[in-house]
Design a protein around this ligand. Sequence first.
Ligand code: GLV
Ligand code: MN
Ligand code: MN
Length: 408
Amino acid sequence: LKNDHRAIPVQADRMLADLQTIRQFGACGNGVVRRAYSDLDIASRVWLARRMEEAGLEVSVDAMGNVFGIPPGDGPCLLLGSHTDTQPEGGWLDGVYGVIVALEVARASIEAGGPRIACVSFQDEEGSFTPSTGSRVWTGSLTQEVADTLVDDAGTPLAVARQKRGALPVAREVSPSLFSGFVEMHIEQGPVLDRTGEKIGVVDSIVGIRGQRVTFTGEQNHAGTTPMQMRRDAFQGMVRFVTVLNDRFKDVVGPTTVWTIGQANVHPNATSIVPGKVDFWVQWRDGDDALLDRMHEIIDASAADIAAEMQLTCEISSYSKIAPTLCFPAYIAAMSEAAEARAPGRWRVMPSGALHDAANVSVHMPMGMMFVPSINGISHNFDEDTAIPDLEIGLEVFAEAIARIAAG
Ligand code: GLV
Ligand code: MN
Ligand code: MN
């Protein structure tokens, strides 16, 4: 087995059939809505757990709802996987492609008497509570106690949300010490592979991601009678803040730095009321932690400056931070060899601009990641897609890389 890199004979048809089945949980046009802990999410986890059992894996679902399938036998083994929850408007492949590929590799390896391979679907990677909640709690970077106090957009605390388990088995914890390493397959979610026509991205690093909530408070008043110079309009404060921020970032950021205000609430959100309050989430990402610190200082200073200038008060809350992460060199090498064997000259080593559960898991064990192309680089959108042949090539290259890694 040791030198047989075809030791895990995966079946693309079976992987694609599973992918189409789980897609039905929350299908919405070409995309999927399957938010963490929704009825559809729980039902999809029950289905996934049954598929794992049918493959000969022993299922454990921990208190967060992370679903693990563990192969028979003893000793540390490789863990493969990703997440099956989606964004509020999610694609059909983000996360779940990596989970179903992991299931197929684990299943094929049991059938062929290959290396022991475990698989997992982490819970709430898409951040209903905070980015990658399930893998953060599993790896201990966030305690269950603190996580339980987080609330989703409906105001439900995680402590309540995670009690909903439907037909999932009674919670059982799974120690990270059962595993020798973690490898995650994912769609790229960006334009690089699509533009170059390459088939595989071997990931060498995952960006750091920071975020915080900013609240500007002014004075709510009548939109017809309040003279412009007397207003303390919180929404105008936000607009000014964004303009100032873009300007101040210009000479600080690098070519791959990104920042986003993707969620904002205007209070009370009525056409004839001068908004008295606005709160919004600022998120910024880069591979350089020191640059992220510098951006943080600029964000805080800009918010304070705008508040003073516009007679608003400013509050900053809910800070969240995940550090940039490097992939394990031996995994990068094994994946590169597998990619060159199966897609010669049509692959590259590249960083990930998206966050992944792998970043959290890397604290405990060697970690690697592989990408397949995303059509037009679209993701976090119902239109997200990948050509079927590319999903198949991805499975083949990934299975070979896993065989190489497992063979040491
Ligand atoms: C994860 O989906 C991210 O936002 O990068
Ligand atoms: Mn994802
Ligand atoms: Mn995502």
